[in-house]
Write a protein that binds this ligand. Structure first.
Ligand SMILES: [Zn+2]
Length: 150
């Protein structure tokens, strides 16, 4: 996996693995850790998973903030609605919201993960999720069965 090119979500430049400090990360737990960083954009990075692959696609602060807002304000709002009815249903609720979003964005589920989105896709995603209810997400889940990966 790690031999595959990793490209910046913001500018498309191939990224490299450096330390969080070198990438300009200020989060204490990232400073000495490896991150995938864009060689062009300032402070554009993604955390590195234990297997060396990036967690999401590297992106600058503006995009990372947009992703965080999307998760905290919209995804969590929808998941919270689900949990009112099914208190231990977080996993399925997250999967359903992700599938709902991917379908609305017309992206394969593997590309619609919030950590992979660039700023423009975050804006599209915001428009999709803003004002959506979990009832709509459930209806979508009952209408469209996820296709198994080939
Ligand atoms: Zn970049």
């Amino acid at each position: 996996m790690s031999a595959l090119g990793i490209y910046c979500a913001d500018c498309g430049t191939e990224c490299e693995r450096i330390t969080g400090r070198e990438a300009g990360a200020r989060e204490p737990d990232l400073i000495d850790a490896q991150v995938w960083a864009c060689t062009v954009c300032p402070e554009a990075w993604a955390p590195c998973a234990e297997d060396g692959t990036p967690v999401g696609l590297p992106a600058g602060a503006q995009t990372r903030n947009a992703r965080a807002m999307l998760r905290e304000r919209e995804v969590e709002r929808l998941v919270g609605e689900a949990l009112r009815d099914v208190p231990n249903g977080r996993t399925i609720a997250e999967e359903r919201v992700a599938a709902f979003l991917a379908h609305a964005l017309r992206l394969p589920a593997s590309e619609a993960a919030i950590d992979l989105l660039n700023l423009e896709w975050c804006r599209h995603a915001w428009r999709v999720l803003y004002g959506a209810s979990y009832a709509e997400v459930t209806k979508h889940a009952q209408t469209y069965r996820p296709r198994k990966a080939a």
